[in-house]
Design a protein around this ligand. Structure first.
Ligand code: HEM
Length: 292
């Protein structure tokens, strides 16, 4: 095999398309020098573990960017009744989220004492201010406008986050899709409130989907992927708060919250409560008995 055939492996950065000084390279395509210049310490003298702390947060933000990009496409696919495509893209998000859940534990290689070498220098910056994390919440359907008080207002990022509150969430898009697919549901309000009447009506309709998954398999898979997305975020919250507990115990957060106590309270958040609840409405008599 010739050298050119060997390098023709589909990798866009493996073989510059033309020679010369301006030929595309791995570094110029991926902006590696720029990327590697973005890890700047606040501690002085530099604390050894601050590089880990910065890197892991930056890696999260990059993945959040991709998650938001894909979730926006999931919304569009749902709006176009492209159920398979919505599900396919959501699978990618789920894979990334699983990585994000396990990745948080790298921080446990830092001792509580080593964290103290630079923690003071980070005040009052906090994960509270991660705009993209809030965007993921808002887009998914967890909408607590009070979180906005932690975000500095006036810049493009904060305006983008506020715009998310005016856009339909994955939850309402899913219920709209259900209506177009012939299910008798009511679209839940974006603030997450669920009246008794809405709950009853929607559980009845979702029961049909969960009772006969084989009949509407793509739709069922999409519903379960939404539940898994909710679960992954919950798992992330759980693993994050355990790591926080190991590192700072009962200390307050740099963002001013009570720390672990506050983070534990967020473990109740659900974007798709009725999709969780519906499985509790199934009974074995219905499964093995006469079909209604
Ligand atoms: C040493 C590691 C970490 C510690 C000690 C820590 C601590 C905390 C604390 C105490 C809070 C509550 C808000 C406050 O008062 O500041 C918080 C919130 C948060 N942190 Fe972390 N964190 C760590 C790592 C991370 C990482 C790697 C991420 C990745 C993005 C992250 C993202 C967040 C987010 C998004 C929130 C807001 C959660 C919510 O309000 O539901 N944190 N963190």
């Amino acid at each position: 095999m010739s050298e050119s055939e060997e390098s023709d492996n589909g990798c866009p950065v493996a073989h510059p398309s033309h020679g010369g000084d301006d030929a595309l390279t791995y570094n110029s395509y991926l902006k590696v020098p720029e990327l590697l210049s973005l890890q700047q310490y606040e501690s002085d003298p530099p604390a050894h573990d601050e590089l880990l702390f910065i890197t892991i947060h930056q890696a999260y933000e990059l993945w959040f960017k991709l998650i938001l990009f894909e979730l926006d496409s999931v919304v569009e696919s749902m709006a176009d009744d492209q159920i398979y495509e919505a599900s396919r893209l959501l699978q990618r998000v789920l894979e990334i989220e699983e990585l994000l859940v396990s990745q948080i534990h790298i921080l446990e290689t830092m001792t509580p004492r080593d964290f103290l070498r630079f923690r003071g220098a980070l005040n009052p910056a906090s994960g509270f201010q991660s705009i993209q994390f809030r965007e993921v919440e808002f887009l998914s359907g967890v909408r607590d406008p009070s979180v906005l008080r932690h975000i500095q207002q006036g810049d493009e990022e904060s305006r983008r986050l506020k715009r998310r509150l005016d856009e339909p969430s994955l939850r309402s898009c899913f219920y709209r899709l259900l209506i177009r697919q012939g299910f008798d549901v009511q679209i839940p309000p974006e603030d997450g409130t669920v009246s008794d009447a809405l709950r009853e009506k929607n559980l009845d309709a979702l029961w049909k989907l969960y009772r006969y998954p084989e009949e509407r398999f793509h739709l069922y898979t999409l519903a379960e992927s939404l539940v898994k997305h909710d679960q992954n975020i919950l798992l992330w919250r759980f693993h994050h708060v355990r790591v926080v507990e190991r590192l700072i115990g009962t200390k307050k957060g740099t963002g001013g919250s009570s720390g672990v106590e506050y983070l534990n309270s967020t473990l109740q958040k659900r974007a798709y409560p009725l999709l969780w609840e519906v499985r509790g409405t199934l009974s074995d008599e219905e499964i093995y008995g006469e079909r209604k």
